[in-house]
Design a protein around this ligand. Structure first.
Ligand SMILES: Cc1ncc(COP(=O)(O)O)c(C=O)c1O
Length: 436
């Protein structure tokens, strides 16, 4: 009997059945039909265990949430100690935990960012960033990238793909302009009228499969923003916290964004928290009406405790060296595998441990995902480009684990290739499951 055998579920089949009935029939059905019937049970470091007992190396990490591993011992210790003093706290009042984290985030931020606003998750933080830009510019229009993903809250969802906004009648084409990624002319055209409050950019668009910005692209977008009086918002939810080998991916471009958003991994995967780092020029509303954004759980004190420890771990010189080491080791291993399957495994997108693996099939990453699942690796396809597998090693992985990961990865890639090649309808056969 485990500590948490207190739930009223009998078996994995029971969990799946109850999930279909009471929780989310669409999501549950999708995974079961796709052949990834994962019900995460035990979790430790970079391993997760399915309820069947099967062990998987986690390189999905839930978008970097588990960057430091599942239930990282230092984080568990910090939060356990924190619980002797803190709970969520009262968001209306100043607090030692919130003040300490804000000061630490500012210390790690690009020098122009001087204020911190908290949310409970990434979407809320993006909403705060967009509201902040609107307040600072007194403009309404927001420009984002087609196939961007900034979350599903009220404003954030309108910056992203129609699939997620239209279903809730939340698309607002008059206020939200989408332009193709890496297309500077389109960006220039979108900003030319001089009425855009903000350009919001993931430093590397995650859900689109981590296509890398063309050299000079982000820098040029920032310059365009400056010349049109538009705020540049860097969404660092997936690229921050040392995943590119620097605390923030945007710093590698020498860009000082007007606003920077962090979430996911900031919580250490232990207690939810997200944060918006804001320049003095954009922070006016915090003085004009400090109650203008209210969130009971935004900046929860236990989240601050987790985030402080996360920043400490990410900021250690050993962590930075480890990221460079892992990026090099895994990058080389992947290129070796690619050389053995050049017609199938067609591309590697990489910046640090942010990686997207491209396959020569419109849904290639779904096949690879399923085969990896069978060979003991959990990595997820890119929702907005299912040719590409999101492949996100953790920043504290050991060399031995990286080697094991590469071995299993090759087995999964090879298995998927055999299936695609031998499927009756040839390499264009659709995968079971209802993914769109
Ligand atoms: C780049 C990016 N921004 C924002 C979000 C939204 O974060 P959350 O799911 O915590 O609302 C996500 C979530 O995947 C993301 O990948």
């Amino acid at each position: 009997m485990r500590d948490y055998d207190v739930f009223t579920v009998e078996s994995k089949a029971d969990v799946l059945e109850k999930s279909r009935e009471y929780w989310n029939p669409g999501k549950t059905g999708f995974w079961v039909d796709t052949g990834v019937d994962l019900v995460i049970d035990r979790r430790e470091g970079y391993y997760i265990w399915d309820m069947s007992g099967a062990r998987l190396i986690d390189v999905h990490l839930n978008g970097g949430t588990f960057n430091l591993g599942h239930r990282n011992a230092e984080l568990v210790e910090a939060i356990t100690t924190g619980m002797r003093t803190f709970d969520i706290g009262n968001h209306h009042f100043p607090s030692s935990a919130r003040a300490a984290l804000a000061a630490e985030l500012v210390r790690w931020a690009p020098p122009n960012l001087t204020k911190v606003v908290y949310g409970s998750g990434g979407g809320e933080a993006i909403d705060i960033a967009l509201k902040t830009a609107r307040h600072a510019t007194r403009r309404r229009r927001i420009v984002s990238i087609a196939k961007a993903y900034h979350g599903h809250t009220g404003l954030a969802v309108a910056t992203g793909d129609d699939r997620f906004s239209k279903i809730f009648l939340a698309d607002r084409p008059d206020e939200f302009t989408h332009v193709p990624f890496n297309d500077l002319a389109a960006m220039e055209q979108a900003l030319a009228p001089g009425d855009a409050a903000a350009v919001i950019m993931e430093t590397i668009p995650a859900t689109y499969g981590f296509p890398l910005p063309a050299p000079g692209y982000l820098e040029a977008v920032k310059e365009l923003c400056e010349s049109h009086g538009t705020v540049y918002i860097a969404d660092e939810v997936q690229t921050g916290l040392m995943r590119t080998g620097e605390m923030w991916g945007i710093s590698k471009h020498g860009i000082e964004p007007d606003i920077l958003v962090t979430g996911k991994g900031l919580s250490g995967g232990i207690y939810p928290i997200a944060a918006v780092l804001v320049s003095e020029q954009c922070a006016g509303w915090l003085t004009e009406d400090g109650f203008a954004h209210i969130s009971s759980f935004g900046g929860a004190e236990l989240g601050c405790v987790a985030a402080l420890k996360t920043l400490e771990i990410c900021g250690r010189p050993q962590t930075r060296s480890m990221v460079h080491y892992i990026a090099d080791l895994v990058g080389r291993g992947l290129r070796d595998i690619q050389a053995r399957y050049p017609d199938w495994f067609t591309g590697i997108r990489q910046n640090g441990v942010v990686m997207g693996l491209e396959f020569d099939h419109p849904e290639g990453a779904k096949y690879v995902m399923r085969h990896l699942y069978e060979t003991g690796v959990w990595a997820i396809f890119s929702t907005l480009d299912p040719r590409v597998l999101q492949y996100k090693p953790g920043v504290l992985m050991t060399p031995e684990l990286c080697e094991e990961l590469l071995e299993r990865t090759e087995a999964g890639i090879s298995g998927a290739w055999a299936e695609v090649r031998h499927s009756p309808a040839g390499s264009r056969a659709p995968l079971a499951g209802r993914a769109r």
